[in-house]
Design a protein around this ligand. Structure first.
Ligand code: ADP
Ligand code: ASP
Ligand code: MG
Length: 336
């Protein structure tokens, strides 16, 4: 089984969805993990913010705008009336759900239901598109298997057991489509794996099914030696070890969600970063193989607070560092 994750830009328009479809191998078993179409999650975040400020009218108008965009996508994506009707039904359900949320007083749980709609839309629209192309596929509902614990860590045993159960229902299916980013939490509410979390979903799913490879398809030809949004003339790195890639992701290389390497590394599954706009490019392969000792890339992160801790009684003052770390634990802040 191979995992192919496509990010927001890769499914950002009717045309891009068509291109993605061409990249999926015909007969190999594949789980396709999709992000929301680009801009959608940001738009949903804005709707949530308006609701949080009890600004119902702007929230409703943002919802109308988003629905208009999706109506346009539906008009462009499908040729057959039957597909258009199915897709319109999807829009109707999703946008009714969002509007129902807007009727309720704000709560973090309501906000997360709103945020989940982007991936629910992209996957359903893509599956109808596959059907129109005559390609058999099954939509795997991520909310049935992707779960986080009370500590917001993936519940790997639950994920493994439940995705296997889902897959076992369709022994003759080669192509599965599922949502990135969304999950359930310990209270069984709809939740998510934080921004950019579809990469993490792909890696968790890959680990759960012991995939042969996890492919992360995005809008650039692999991990570059520096952030191309900041530095000119960057170039892709052909090979990285799991440790190198994890460190770059953790310290700000936005191409990967910070936690997305670990599940793959634990199962020794290679992760390949590829470009949907340039599928023939080699991209980056991330594996257990180590190559060279030289520095391969530089990453940077904003919003870091450096804390300098000094104690005149450090010598033999056991328990000092424990008290420092306990403060971070109490406030659930990361220490890097
Ligand atoms: P997706 O929507 O496919 O998940 P992202 O926007 O999350 O894509 O990640 C891809 C983007 O990450 C690139 O377009 C690039 O601007 C940015 N990026 C930051 N640092 C790097 C890096 N070192 N190498 C490649 N891309 C990087
Ligand atoms: N749609 C989510 C986001 O924009 C998850 C993802 O794209 O990975 O953050
Ligand atoms: Mg991303």
């Amino acid at each position: 089984m191979k995992i192919m994750k496509f990010g927001g830009t890769s499914v950002g328009s009717a045309e891009r969805m068509g291109a993605v479809s061409q990249l999926i191998p015909a007969r190999e078993p594949v789980i396709v993990v999709l992000s929301a179409m680009s801009g959608t999650t940001n738009h949903l975040v804005q709707i949530g913010q308006q609701l949080a400020q009890a600004e119902k009218a702007p929230a409703a108008s943002l919802t109308d705008q988003l629905e208009q965009r999706y109506k346009q996508v539906v008009a462009e994506l499908y040729k057959q009336e039957a597909s258009k009707d199915k897709a319109k039904q999807v829009l109707s359900t999703v946008f009714t759900d969002i509007r129902t949320c807007l009727e309720q007083p704000f709560s973090p749980a309501i906000e997360k239901i709103i945020l989940a709609q982007g991936e629910l839309l992209s996957t359903q629209l893509f599956q109808i598109f596959q059907e129109e192309q005559g390609i058999a596929s099954v939509l795997l509902p991520a909310l049935e298997f992707m779960k986080i614990t009370q500590d917001e860590e993936p519940d790997m045993a639950f994920i493994r057991e439940n995705i296997q159960k889902q897959l076992a229902q369709y022994p003759d299916t080669h192509l599965f489509i599922t949502q990135g980013y969304i999950c359930r939490n310990a209270k069984n509410e709809i939740d998510n794996l934080k921004r950019g979390g579809s990469d993490y979903s792909a890696s968790l799913i890959g680990a759960a099914v012991k995939a042969s490879e996890i492919q992360i398809w995005t809008d650039i030809d692999g991990m570059h030696n520096n952030d191309p949004r900041v530095v000119k003339n960057t170039y892709p790195i052909a090979e990285l070890s799991f440790d190198e890639a994890a460190e770059l992701a953790y310290f700000g290389a936005k191409i990967l969600h910070p936690s997305s390497i670990l599940p793959a590394q634990q199962q020794n599954i290679p992760v390949r970063l590829l470009n949907t706009m340039q599928p023939e490019a080699a991209g980056t392969i991330i594996s257990s193989k180590r190559s060279g000792n030289q520095i391969k890339a530089v990453a940077a992160k904003d919003g870091i607070t450096a804390i300098k801790i000094k104690s005149s009684r450090m010598l033999l003052a056991y328990g000092f560092l424990r008290s420092v770390f306990e403060v971070f634990e109490r406030f659930k802040r990361l220490l890097i």
